[in-house]
Design a protein around this ligand. Structure first.
Ligand code: ZN
Length: 159
């Protein structure tokens, strides 16, 4: 069986604000560490594939993509608060999108050269779980940034 690989890209040709070479490779350790078996049991198959194996959920499938309730989006792996509904916007790309994180310490940016592209991966700073990518393509105003996040990596706490 062939596995379909979904990739979030920038439709207008992305110009990254970040020099990828200055970013860390993902070899750091995190406050929250679990074994692969523990993660699998905690997350279930799909969230494990995305968060721990850096997968991508199929676009337009997350309940959060079209959710506009007020509240806070947390990391599904560890519960750290990552984004608020105030910074969520409709990017039309099929994944929940935000123009900024709650603060810069919550998400870590990592150089990602997979799929023959140069992108900036974002992970949860507490558990290292893969969230998605951040693009500097002007869609998310006022910052110009678009945090393209897998819904399956998130939980939602309604206000
Ligand atoms: Zn986390």
């Amino acid at each position: 069986m062939m596995a379909t690989s979904w990739v979030c890209v920038s439709p207008n040709g992305d110009s990254q604000r970040l020099n990828l070479d200055t970013l860390k490779k993902d070899s750091m350790t995190y406050k929250i560490e679990k074994t692969e078996e523990e993660w699998k049991a905690l997350l279930g198959e799909e969230a494990y594939r995305v968060l721990r194996l850096k997968g991508t959920e199929r676009p337009f499938t997350s309940e959060y993509e079209t959710l506009w309730d007020s509240g806070t989006y947390v990391c599904k792996g560890c519960g750290q608060e990552l984004f608020t509904s105030e910074t969520k916007f409709d990017a039309g790309c099929g994944w929940p999108s935000f123009y900024q994180s709650i603060d810069k310490t919550r998400v870590k940016e990592i150089a990602d050269y997979s799929h023959g592209m140069s992108r900036v991966e974002v992970v949860c700073s507490a558990c290292g779980g893969h969230l998605g990518h951040v693009f500097n393509d002007g869609y998310g105003q006022p910052t110009g940034l678009r945090y393209c996040i897998n819904g399956v990596s998130l939980g939602f706490r309604k206000k």
